[in-house]
Design a protein around this ligand. Structure first.
Ligand SMILES: NC(=O)c1ccc[n+]([C@@H]2O[C@H](COP(=O)([O-])OP(=O)(O)OC[C@H]3O[C@@H](n4cnc5c(N)ncnc54)[C@H](OP(=O)(O)O)[C@@H]3O)[C@@H](O)[C@H]2O)c1
Length: 337
């Protein structure tokens, strides 16, 4: 049994981690912590965990959590994780961080997150936790930077053609739509029911902090720069991300050839499902699962790629457990649906 601590357990990603880990046959949740005023039984905070888990959720004490765990998940806001991860690593614990703190080179992080990185030593050892690219390095990692939700949906959708995009110098235009849980549980007026329900709005057009993560990871996969223009939207659903990507180029391969590139790239991937040519994925098919569904279509000289994930699972906690499985030598699919 792997003893697991969840830090940031009261947030959306933390709560989802607990849900997934309770179903996991080889993991035991041994500690739950967050920024709380006083200890409280987790099932009192979240009654759906009644009779499922008897742990209390307390304020984070790194040494106490370390004593009870082999591996910790940090489901914390960015800038908080990089202050806490080094203390767990020093205590010999494996760490999977769900924030953005260990995903980018320090200068890119500073530019997009507006603050200096305070743990550059561990940052250089961190492995970007997208199994479809880094499975072998994740196996030996002590610190995994779990990918962002939008980047997971976009990087997987572009991975089979990243080399072609780089070579042809073609930009990908990305239009993503996310459910409201993507922004976390904290109270913000723009995310309240009255603002989100029956509404659809665009935000941070081509200046969202996840854009450099997409470009950085795709460039590493392609071996040369890949340019992504990314505009996110908030839609009135709880969970799910649908990313629609548009690529126009005179030298575009035909639909069959592109479909074959995707088939070849993903045929052995347990959590990526390619739709038959011309058919598009939808959030309903992936919500509550760790799958990323992808569809492609070429028409009127344009390639359209659409991907769908559950932001809280393949976009966060499901992928984090997939990484835990890889780091601990378990079947990658264990505990995941
Ligand atoms: N939501 C998603 O779909 C998603 C997807 C991918 C990645 N992520 C990333 O995952 C992380 C968590 O996201 P979330 O959506 O779960 O956010 P959230 O709902 O706002 O939860 C944040 C958690 O961190 C705790 N926390 C905040 N400051 C802390 C501190 N100084 N010490 C200890 N605990 C602290 C909070 O405790 P209190 O509630 O007690 O303040 C809460 O448990 C973020 O970095 C986010 O970007 C989220």
């Amino acid at each position: 049994m792997i003893r697991v601590g969840v830090v940031g357990a009261t947030g959306y990603a933390g709560e989802e981690l607990v849900e997934v880990l309770l179903r996991h046959p080889e993991a035991e949740v041994t500690s739950l912590s967050a920024l709380v005023e006083k200890e409280v039984p987790f099932s009192e905070l979240y009654p759906r965990f009644g009779k499922k888990i008897s742990l209390v959720c307390g304020n984070l004490d790194v040494d106490e959590v370390s004593a009870d765990s082999d591996l910790v998940f940090l489901a914390l806001p960015h800038t908080v994780s990089m202050k806490i991860a080094p203390r767990f690593l020093k205590n010999g614990k494996k760490v999977i961080d769900l924030s953005a703190d260990y995903r980018l080179p320090p200068e890119t992080y500073e530019k997009w997150y507006g603050t200096k990185h305070c743990d550059t030593g561990n940052l250089s050892d961190a492995v970007y936790g997208l199994p479809e690219i880094n499975r072998d390095t994740i196996k030996a990692a002590r610190l995994v930077a779990n990918p962002g939700c939008y980047p997971t949906s976009v990087i997987l959708a572009l991975l089979p053609i990243a080399g072609w995009l780089a070579e042809a110098g073609v930009e990908a235009i990305v239009d993503s739509k996310s459910g409201a849980t993507g922004a976390g549980r904290k109270a913000v007026v723009s995310l309240s029911f009255g603002e989100v329900d029956e509404n659809l709005k665009c935000y941070k057009a081509n200046e969202h902090q996840h854009m450099p993560e997409m470009e950085h990871v795709l460039a590493r996969a392609a071996g040369a720069d890949v340019r992504v223009n990314f505009t996110p939207h908030l839609v009135p659903v709880r969970r799910g991300i649908l990313s629609s990507i548009y690529i126009r180029h005179e030298g575009l391969p035909g639909e069959d050839a592109i479909h074959k590139m995707y088939e070849d790239r993903f045929k052995d991937e347990p959590f990526v499902r390619l739709r038959p040519a011309g058919q598009m994925p939808q959030i309903h098919d992936v919500a509550g699962t760790n799958f990323c569904d992808i569809g492609i279509k070429v028409a009127r000289g344009m390639l359209v790629i659409v991907s769908a994930i559950d932001n809280l699972l393949k976009g966060a906690s499901g992928q984090a457990v997939q990484n835990m499985n890889i780091m601990t030598g378990l079947d990658e699919r264990m505990g995941l649906i």
